[in-house]
Ligand binder design. Structure first.
Ligand SMILES: *Cc1c(COP(=O)(O)O)cnc(C)c1O
Length: 356
């Protein structure tokens, strides 16, 4: 007797390993530094609009997310037709692959990079082409351009790169774009754009305005501290944004998420001050690690990368003893989010005591 069977690609979808929460330990406050979350709780004004929106949970959300589109268009100075909101940037990545790839088409991206990429690509029965990052954690754009074939439909550029940390410069991106055929869509994943402090940073908005094949993805999960609500947006040329909206999950972005995102855009200055504080902590952590003799790549997001190779699991266990949970990638390294000051101190303590 035959039973229903999923498409063969479904069995090939790699699992998403979510950052673990801490195991409670008596007498020790533990910190979760495993998911690049914002350690600050929602602003009181944001919580208030979410509470109000919760009173109407018997109703569907505004399917067109009209207020959010309007506020984003105004904030970014782009036409609403160039926007597509979604259930986080993860939702956008699924939609991009779904809208642009036939089964067997290729999606090129750096590796290691964001864990959701191979999942979204494989789920759409497209083929993931992973191009190893350089030893310093940067994208190898030469190799990425060389990896583009007739089957390539999409290239994903992750800047800053999760989990290794460095961000792409505008010069690097321009040189790469010059080598990408115009029929290939280039997605610039700017999940951590608000945290970037470097020379010649990518100007995503200026770049998409100059190109018909560039789309940016951004999120309210990191700088804006709304990871629990699942809302992000893409900015791109009208036909690309329209394709993303066409394949979006109807009513995907909840009323709570829409309200919180709008309220956060209204309080952008206050939220970006928190980002400044996290960046200051990142600087402190990075120089602390280097002072203790650790070779750490540049960190432009809200996390640092400890490329410990085979000793990664051991490091994660030692971190746990000190009451911090990191995100280990066995055999490669550990990603550690910038968190509360006390949590960051523990990381520096770990760096001082862990013998390499
Ligand atoms: C966290 C993260 C996202 C954002 O995910 P959401 O679905 O918006 O929460 C996207 N890209 C990268 C590289 C990330 O690290």
């Amino acid at each position: 007797m035959s039973t229903p069977r999923p498409r063969p690609n479904v069995a090939d979808i790699p699992p998403y390993v979510a950052g673990r929460p801490p195991t409670p330990r008596p007498g020790l406050v533990s910190y979760k530094l495993s998911s690049n979350e914002n350690p600050y709780p929602p602003l009181p004004g944001v919580l208030e609009v979410v509470r109000e929106a919760a009173e109407r949970l018997n109703r569907y959300p505004d399917m067109g997310s009209a207020a959010l589109y309007e506020k984003l268009a105004e904030t970014l100075a782009v036409p609403t037709e160039h926007l597509s909101v979604a259930t986080g940037s993860v939702g956008l990545i699924y939609q991009l692959v779904q809208a642009f790839c036939e089964p067997g088409d290729e999606v090129v991206f750096a590796w290691r990079s964001f864990e959701a990429y191979p999942i979204a690509v494989t789920a759409a029965a497209a083929t993931a082409v992973r191009v190893p990052v350089l030893p310093d954690g940067r994208h190898d754009f030469e190799a990425m351009a060389d990896a583009i074939t007739d089957r390539t439909r999409v290239v994903l550029v992750c800047t800053p790169n999760n989990p290794t940390g460095p961000a792409v410069t505008q010069a690097e991106l321009d040189a790469f774009l010059a080598r990408v055929p115009s029929r290939v869509l280039v997605v610039v994943d700017e999940a951590y754009v608000e945290f970037v402090r470097m020379d010649d940073p990518v100007d995503g908005l200026a770049t998409y305005r100059r190109r018909d094949n560039v789309v940016l993805t951004r999120t309210f999960s990191k700088a804006y501290g709304l990871a629990g609500l699942r809302v992000g947006y893409a900015v791109g040329p009208e036909p690309i944004a329209a394709a993303l909206r066409a394949v979006s999950l109807p009513f995907g972005v909840s009323a709570l998420a829409q309200a919180a995102a709008c309220a956060s855009l209204d309080r952008r200055a206050e939220l970006l001050e928190r980002v400044d504080a996290l960046v200051a902590e990142r600087t402190r952590v990075l120089s602390g690690l280097r002072d203790r003799g650790w070779d750490v790549p540049d960190a432009q997001g809200n996390f640092v990368w400890l490329g410990l190779g085979e000793r990664t699991t051991e490091l994660a266990a030692a971190a746990e003893e000190l009451g911090i949970v990191v995100r280990p990638f066995a055999g490669e390294g550990a990603r550690v989010s910038i968190g509360e000051e006390e949590a960051n101190d523990r990381l520096l303590q770990l760096a001082a005591t862990f013998s390499r």
